[in-house]
Design a protein around this ligand. Structure first.
Ligand code: C5P
Length: 285
């Protein structure tokens, strides 16, 4: 095999709750992470030495600041790696959007290098490397539906939810996750998320209804600095897409919609007036 091509899937958060601040400075989270079929393509091949990253995107770094670089470096450190690696990132997932774009690319490199170079690293080792690269990276190793706690790296996989269509809208701004968490700490919004009830809903494979309390506690924080988040949410809600939330630290807004409403979804996307937004349609996987 000359090159390995691997799909790196994006995620949304069906809910996101913060329980407190940990001794290591990270936030203690409880959230449901859900993969969607929007993906970057990662191509891995061999080179004589070093780590070479190329991409078709002009929004991501190709040096040590890229999570993919960190992932490759850690894999090399764990093994007697005799050569180098070339990584091409074919980017489709918006950057700094709350969709785990960078994390999923890193996860794909961890999995991909293990496979391509026959490194035979155990699942636990891959997970451990992933969590050193970033909090969302372990989930991205295994797409699906998972209840995540700790930093977001302690995962309990749940029975898959039924397939929903997902409208994704990202306003033309980027937010820093670190900054949003810091602003959350200084704020005093009070959103109660009925975590147990929501997990039961998934477990019993009942339809997801926004009225049951699905929410993201970071949403009011991001809305405060990115007014577009609320504007986009209002447009989608006015069209009857009730299950509309922000994912992660934002600023991407998503609507989870039953497949039977395909026509309205397609019409909404086609006639979207805010030209600067990134808008696309995906599905839960
Ligand atoms: O783990 P990762 O590097 O992706 O996290 C990015 C930033 O998000 C961290 O530097 C931290 O500020 C914040 N974060 C947090 N608590 C978490 C996850 C992320 O405070 N559980």
């Amino acid at each position: 095999m000359k090159q390995l091509s691997i799909k790196a899937y994006a995620k949304i958060n069906l809910f996101l709750n913060i329980k407190g601040i940990r001794d290591d400075g990270y936030h203690e989270l409880e959230m449901v992470m859900q993969s969607i079929n929007l993906y970057d393509n990662i191509k891995i091949s061999s080179r004589k030495k070093g780590i070479n990253i190329e991409t078709n995107s002009n929004e991501i770094p190709v040096g040590k600041d890229n999570l993919v670089y960190k992932a490759a470096q850690k894999i090399m450190g764990k093994t007697n790696f005799p050569k180098g690696v070339s990584i091409f990132i074919d980017k489709n997932i918006p950057v700094a959007a709350g969709l785990a774009g960078g994390s999923t690319d890193a996860a794909a490199v961890i999995k991909g290098m293990n496979e391509f170079f026959n490194l035979n690293l155990e699942k636990d080792t891959l997970h451990d490397i992933a969590r050193q690269v970033g909090s969302d990276v372990p989930f991205c190793l295994n797409p699906g539906t998972a209840y995540a706690t700790g930093r977001g790296d302690e995962l309990k996989y749940l029975s898959p939810i039924k397939t929903y269509k997902v409208i994704l809208v990202k306003p033309p701004v980027m937010v820093s996750t670190k900054k949003i968490y810091e602003m959350y700490d200084k704020s005093n919004y009070n959103i109660e998320i009925p975590v147990k009830k929501l997990l039961e809903t998934i477990k019993n494979q009942r339809p997801l209804n926004i009225k049951d309390g699905w929410a993201n506690v970071l949403e009011p924080v991001t809305k405060n600095i990115v007014k577009d988040v609320e504007k986009i949410e209002n447009i989608l809600k006015n069209k009857g897409f009730d299950f509309t939330l922000m994912t992660g630290s934002g600023p991407t807004v998503f609507s989870l919609v039953d497949k039977s409403r395909k026509e309205l979804i397609e019409k909404t996307i086609k006639n979207w007036q805010r030209e600067q937004d990134f808008i696309t349609l995906a599905e839960t996987i």
